[in-house]
Write a protein that binds this ligand. Sequence first.
Ligand code: HEM
Length: 172
Amino acid sequence: MTDDTDDAPLSFYDEVGGHATFVRLVDGFYRGVATDDVLKPMYPEEDLGPAAERLTMFLEQYWGGPTTYSERRGHPRLRARHNPFPVNPDARDRWLRHMRASLDELDLPPLHEATLWDYLERAAMAMVNTFEASPIGPPDGGRTAFTPSAAAPDHPPVHRTSEPETDTRRLQ
Ligand code: HEM
């Protein structure tokens, strides 16, 4: 697969630089997570290293690299594996923001970058499993849990997880 002496087409994994690229992407991402007061407390382990390794293995496998993830962890079943964690739109946006910052650092060719980003965005959208406001994180002056009745009828509910005038974090 990584042997470039034959005529087999390169996988996307190989094209973007193989293991080193995915390690850089995930390490940069977790440097952001480590500073995030909503995401960081979600991680069961204080040390983010093992989580970083699992995400690296998963992404490598997804993009045509080694299948170590499935060998060690079995079928990904990512939606189910995220069920214990309250992934609301705020958590998703934070996750994507750290991924975006790390992806930018990689300086990949535009088509590769766009391909990766498109996947990451769609995968993160699919991981949302609640519209309740997060019970963890900084006090934000009266943030309330999302309920359909709390949303103005003419307002897209997905954006109303908190009061817009008190919650500026989504804009940062
Ligand atoms: C949308 C926001 C997301 C949040 C808040 C989130 C949060 C978490 C947390 C707290 C864990 C547990 C740490 C661990 O045991 O590894 C986890 C695991 C994991 N996440 Fe996410 N995640 C999100 C999206 C994604 C996306 C989009 C992907 C894939 C592209 C992904 C891939 C994984 C993988 C592979 C694991 C390890 C699963 C395992 O083998 O146990 N996550 N995530």
